[in-house]
Ligand binder design. Structure first.
Ligand code: AHR
Length: 501
């Protein structure tokens, strides 16, 4: 058996890439209580003049979310964006087919753009390529991005928005590879509509960036051929390809569960290879970047969701209550993004409020933080700068689906302007503390600021509205001397070690 000790060398010259802060993005879909009862509840004591909950805005701001995907998700594939603009009383109620609820359309494009501004985020807008196509998409972008003097831009102005929203990032549909998707398409069918819709949208506003759908998970039969065919057809118009992946611990095998970011790593590497193969085939100079615009843990709520009656308004769908081990896997997934900072340029934790979310609310009550809130917040707040290449030696283990799983995952971000170094680490060992030595000698003059630790004896511990059982603490046993740092990573723990000059 390997000796239980890890070793890490970091050098400010061993760089992967500058972290694109948009990897800390998130997602709000018209689904369950994400919008209604989540970000928006006009009769709540915390509601602002537009009906947005100020308590939720405050928690979203703590996460420093830079970009939010909207309005779906599966929902977008049968959505008429026109239903969500103009006088609220005149907006139609519709059957929402993806989640089989009733959509009241009291929040739409303009309100969401306002909310995003309030939380300090950009909007990543998805267009409907399920039931609709080029025409609806080009009208929508004329409505949101054109200054005025045309039918759709003047309609926006008549709705009280003189200035265009200037939305830069657009998703060409959602999970079009999935048979569950309204308007599901083969890769060739999708590639064609993505190419032509993208072309029309860029004619309206050439400054935008477009994300094409890739696979909904590594388990899809069509992965990675879906990416290859789509890009082969739409390479010219597209800037990013999307990846979606959710994990769960259905068989209650924590060692195997905590290793699942290795599947994410394999997903990312395969999509990079596929993009670069099509790049070579097209003799193109342009590289397609990755947008991991849905990722998280999702399984706790699956059974409860089967019992929800159809056609209600904002039912409690996909309300996973996350436990401590979920927070560890979320931490490892964030580390995986940082290890691929050269190609993963956007990502969206799915989702943000109530629906498989770090933030929960009570209707008419309080807002609170799930366990996964913490690694997400730490990475977003401290993980801005240059992702460094960690030279890590760690003992490994085998699990049901994986071999050679590193007990320790690590990523490091060097913020040159602030003269700060942050090291993110997960210890996946279920029984043992992991001692780690770090060689940080290239960071001369740096001092240890803190070692934040998220640890708990019970992997199944959850937070509730009344009790934050899983919350970060300080680990005060970490030492830095002459550029050598020694730390003890508690068994099953998420760690953030911060240094500053
Ligand atoms: O995030 C929940 C759902 O998961 C999204 O609507 C869909 O895109 C994915 O299948």
């Amino acid at each position: 058996m390997d000796k239980l000790k890890a070793n890490l060398i970091l050098d400010k010259n061993y760089q992967i890439a500058k972290v694109d802060e948009r990897i800390y993005g998130s997602f709000i879909e018209h689904l369950g209580r994400a919008v209604y009862g989540g970000i928006y509840q006009p009769d709540h004591v915390e509601a602002d003049e537009q009906g947005f909950r100020k308590d939720v805005i405050e928690l979203v701001k703590q996460l420093q979310v830079p970009i939010v995907r909207y309005p779906g998700g599966n929902m977008v594939s049968a959505y008429n964006w026109e239903d969500g603009v103009g006088t609220k009383e005149d907006r139609p109620r519709r059957l929402e087919l993806a989640w089989r609820t009733i959509e009241t359309n009291q929040v739409g494009t303009n309100e969401f753009a306002d909310w995003a501004k309030k939380v300090g985020a950009e909007v990543m807008m998805a267009v409907n390529l399920g039931t609709r196509g080029i025409d609806a998409a080009r009208n929508l972008i004329e409505y949101t991005n054109h200054p005025g003097g045309t039918y759709w831009s003047d309609l926006r102005r008549s709705h009280g928005y003189q200035e265009p929203h200037r939305i830069k990032t657009w998703c060409l549909g959602n999970e079009m590879d999935g048979p569950w998707q309204v308007g599901h398409k083969t890769a060739y069918e999708y590639g064609r509509i993505a190419q032509e819709t993208g072309k029309a949208m860029k004619l309206v506003d050439p400054t935008i960036e477009l994300v094409a759908c890739g696979s909904s998970s590594t388990a899809m039969q069509t992965f990675p051929e879906y990416e290859a065919t789509t890009l082969d057809v739409a390479y010219e118009q597209v800037d990013y390809i999307s990846l979606h992946q959710y994990y769960g611990n259905r068989s209650n095998d924590s060692a195997n569960y905590l290793a699942k970011n290795l599947d994410m790593d394999h997903f990312i590497k395969t999509v990079i290879a596929t993009c670069d193969y099509i790049k070579a085939k097209h003799r193109s100079k342009k590289s397609i970047q990755l947008s991991f615009d849905e990722w998280n843990v999702w399984y706790h709520s699956n059974d409860a969701d089967k019992k929800i009656e159809p056609w209600s308004i904002a039912p409690p769908q996909l309300e996973d209550h996350y436990n401590f081990e979920d927070a560890l896997l979320v931490g490892s997934m964030l580390i995986t993004f940082l290890q691929h900072a050269d190609r993963v340029k956007m990502a969206a934790m799915a989702q943000l409020v109530n629906v498989i979310a770090p933030i929960m609310t009570e209707n008419n009550g309080r807002a609170w933080k799930q366990t996964i809130f913490y690694p997400y917040m730490h990475a977003s707040v401290y993980g801005r700068g240059i992702s460094l290449k960690p030279i890590l030696t760690t003992p490994k283990y085998d699990s049901k689906d994986f071999t050679d799983v590193p007990y320790v995952d690590s990523a490091a971000v060097y913020n040159e302007e602030q003269e700060e170094l942050t090291i993110f680490l997960v210890n996946k060992h279920l029984q043992s503390t992991m001692p780690i030595d770090m060689d940080l000698r290239s960071f001369q003059g740096y001092q240890l600021i803190e070692h934040i630790e998220l640890a708990h004896d019970d992997l199944k511990a959850v937070n509730t509205v009344d009790h934050q059982a899983v919350s970060p603490q300080q680990n005060r046993n970490t030492c830095l001397s002459d550029g050598l740092l020694t730390a003890q990573l508690a068994k099953t723990s998420w760690n953030v070690i911060r240094l500053k000059k």
